[in-house]
Design a protein around this ligand. Structure first.
Ligand code: ZN
Length: 151
């Protein structure tokens, strides 16, 4: 039987191979690029907001498996959500990935629990949080963010 780590790795690799919501969002209302120079990850997150809700959420760019899988999972988790709820989730996930908050659970967070394994690998935390920082920047009206200027 595969270990939990192996299962998590499979989930990450699957998202990396078949990223959800990957591509250009033509009618985006907000967007921001995230750059992680330590790994070379560059991700553009595009959002469409209507009536206080995220009605469209896509990403493009290039990066390592962790950064792509995390972006893919983020778009799945937050598409269709009210903006305030999405921002609360974003804060909670960033805390969890940085090892500051509660651990993620399969019931609440689905595939995202696999990404939370990076807590054990500090160098990869910036890969995992990149798309989330970019989304946070987009929602705040900032057009780019670098992992070297966020904590
Ligand atoms: Zn990376």
């Amino acid at each position: 039987m595969p270990s939990v780590e192996e299962l998590y790795q499979e989930i990450i690799l699957e998202h990396n191979k078949h990223p959800r919501n990957f591509g250009v969002l033509m009618d985006a209302t907000h967007s921001a690029s995230g750059n992680n120079p330590l790994c070379g990850d560059e991700i553009l997150v595009q959002v469409k907001i209507g009536n206080g809700r995220i009605t469209g959420l896509k990403f493009t760019g290039q990066g390592c498996a962790i950064s792509r899988a995390s972006a893919s999972m983020m778009t799945e988790a937050l598409s269709g959500k009210p903006v305030d709820q999405a921002q609360a989730t974003l804060a909670r996930i960033l805390d969890a990935l940085n090892g500051r908050g509660d651990e993620l659970t399969m019931e609440k967070d689905g595939d995202l629990v696999s990404i939370a394994g990076v807590r054990k690998f500090p160098a990869r935390i910036k890969c995992a949080t990149l798309a989330w920082h970019a989304l946070g920047a987009a929602l705040e009206g900032t057009d780019s963010v670098s992992t070297e200027s966020t904590s």
